[in-house]
Write a protein that binds this ligand. Structure first.
Ligand SMILES: Cc1ncc(COP(=O)(O)O)c(C=O)c1O
Length: 396
């Protein structure tokens, strides 16, 4: 019913994915499957609301003037995650990374230790370091193609390094884990034991493959809600990243006040009106579109899984449980990391995210974004095959 197959030319639209290759040192003709946005238009109802607003023509200072915005979110979280939010918890920010940085600054002091679980979304590391906090890396453990948390090591690190704040990625980008209730409970209990704040980045919460369930961290136990900040956004789910809107939920009043004070200090006040409208329309009317999209992404994942199994010996798919990103293990090819990156760009002419960007444990991996028309994904896989598998019969 929804068309995800049509290839829409995104070049010349100020697109980070399509218009910045040369500026970022890549050949102009690379096929980009890196940054986490999608090559699909947002749901029709969202486009309609935005078009109507453009027709109105005045874009003055704006905010959510009635309860419609909050109610759209409330229904979404209640029906999809069994999570009952309160209006007073909500803080709107232009992005999740913005909120993570504000949380770091408001809940810790310069020099304090902040823990992250690498390999992980690279702005976690830069947010900690950029705000002059001490980075503590608790590396995820990969065994038999499956990543888990090393809680024993984490407890040691929390105690020894006096960790003040933990940034949880749930579902996890790039390794694709949708943490189970038991895993979240265990890591949450550990944080409670040592008084560590938890910033739970749940921006990928709507992308969970069949058979898996996303659990909102604050919904697991009331004590978790009291010590955490839940970062959500419609921007991944409905492809609205350029509209700069995210919804952060902070049930604990003291924590919320501290974070809000820090946000004000940055000079940010009201949200972008287009983001606001798109967010409300997406959560109100976008469910059917999202379900269609998820089916399409599942089929893209199947295509990639089959292609890798049949045609890419030495390359392994870390089976994602959630997100539209996939973590590919190239270590079986026996190439070093810089060689993999070089071949990917120069020979395959593909722009993926290099695994080493995600920190400890990322070397030898590549992250691919499968939220694109199937024909593009097929082309990308064929380019990988040609550059890495058929290279013996080619002369580069
Ligand atoms: C885990 C995670 N958090 C945050 C973001 C970006 O959020 P924002 O654009 O709202 O800062 C991304 C985007 O890829 C992400 O993967």
């Amino acid at each position: 019913m929804f068309d995800f197959d049509t290839v829409i030319d995104r070049r010349g639209t100020h697109s980070l994915k399509y218009d910045f290759a040369k500026l970022r040192g890549k050949p102009a003709d690379v096929l980009p499957l890196w940054v986490a946005d999608m090559d699909f238009p947002s749901p029709p109802e969202v486009l309609k609301v935005l078009e109507e607003r453009v027709k109105h023509g005045i874009f003055g200072y704006s905010d959510a003037a009635d309860e419609g915005y909050f109610n759209a979110l409330k229904i979404w979280y209640e029906t999809r995650f069994g999570w009952s939010i309160e209006l007073g918890w909500m803080v709107k920010t232009p992005g999740v990374v913005f909120a993570i940085c504000a949380a770091i600054r408001s809940l810790t002091n310069p020099g304090d230790a902040v823990l992250i679980q690498q390999p992980v979304y690279y702005p976690f590391e830069s947010s900690v370091k950029g705000n002059n906090r001490r980075l503590v890396v608790n590396q995820l453990v990969l065994k038999d193609g499956h990543y888990t948390m090393d809680l024993e090591e984490m407890e040691r690190q929390i105690a020894e390094e006096k960790v003040k704040l933990f940034i949880l990625c749930s579902p996890h980008n790039p390794v694709g884990r949708v943490w189970t209730r038991e895993e979240l409970e265990a890591v949450g209990d550990l944080c409670l034991k040592y008084g560590v704040y938890i910033v739970s980045d749940e921006i990928h919460q709507d992308f969970v493959y069949p058979g898996y369930t996303h659990h909102v961290f604050a919904n697991i136990k009331p004590e978790f809600a009291e010590q955490s900040i839940i970062c959500t956004a419609p921007t991944k789910t409905f492809n609205l990243a350029g509209l700069q809107i995210s919804n952060i939920f902070i049930p604990n009043e003291k924590i919320r006040r501290a974070v809000v004070k820090e946000i004000r200090r940055t000079g940010y006040s009201q949200p972008n009106v287009m983001g606001l409208l798109a967010c409300q329309a997406a959560y109100s009317y976008g469910e059917e579109w999202l379900e269609g999209l998820k089916k399409y992404l599942s089929a893209n994942l199947s295509l990639m899984r089959d292609f890798i199994n049949e045609r890419l010996p030495g390359i392994k798919l870390i089976e994602p449980e959630g997100t539209y990103l996939a973590w590919l293990d190239f270590r079986g090819l026996g190439l070093d990391d810089s060689e993999i990156n070089r071949i990917m760009i120069e020979n395959a002419r593909l722009w993926l995210d290099e695994g080493s960007m995600f920190g400890a444990g990322g070397e030898g991996f590549q992250r691919i974004n499968i939220a694109c028309p199937r024909i593009i994904l097929q082309q990308a896989l064929e380019r990988i095959e040609k550059a890495f598998v058929l290279k013996a019969v080619q002369s580069w």
